[in-house]
Design a protein around this ligand. Structure first.
Ligand SMILES: [Zn+2]
Length: 153
């Protein structure tokens, strides 16, 4: 038997965004306004920056027949996969508002979104940065750090 250790690096920005990702951070916050979240009141926005420099956004879409809706992260990842299939993702920013106010704490993607991100890494053979936006602290880390031991075969 051998004990192994998993190390996770991440960066914390207090009341500011990583300067190179300011645009997608602002667009993720802006995208919360396009959320369809009449049931939870929890509006999530996500913005991705592609290697081409293009930026796309997504917002959570709820449905009365829960769980037929979809998270902000997957709306934009699937959109990009369908419309820019040959361009890898450089970074993704995620923000959330509850009843119109940016959440104090940053939010992190659900397990299903993390698995989709793992597939994006596999698909393009390249990791990407993820920025988790909060009103107080914003976190920057690698997508691969969000789901160690992701499902694969
Ligand atoms: Zn999710």
């Amino acid at each position: 038997m051998e004990k192994r250790e998993l190390k996770l690096d991440y960066w914390v920005y207090t009341k500011t965004y990583p300067v190179e990702y300011r645009e997608i951070c602002e667009k993720a916050v802006e995208a919360t306004g396009r959320s369809y979240s009449i049931y939870s009141g929890f509006s999530v926005g996500a913005a991705v920056l592609l290697d081409s420099g293009e930026v796309f956004t997504g917002a959570n879409q709820e449905n009365v027949a829960y769980p037929s809706g979809l998270c902000a992260e997957r709306t934009v990842l699937f959109y990009v996969g369908a419309n820019r299939p040959d361009v890898a993702i450089k970074a993704m920013a995620i923000a959330a508002c509850y009843r119109g106010e940016l959440t104090a704490d940053y939010i992190s993607p659900c397990g299903a979104c993390r698995q989709v991100m793992a597939e994006v890494i596999k698909r393009y053979g390249k990791d990407f940065d993820v920025i988790l936006i909060g009103n107080q602290e914003t976190i920057l880390l690698k997508a691969s750090a969000l789901l160690p031991f992701a499902f694969d075969f």
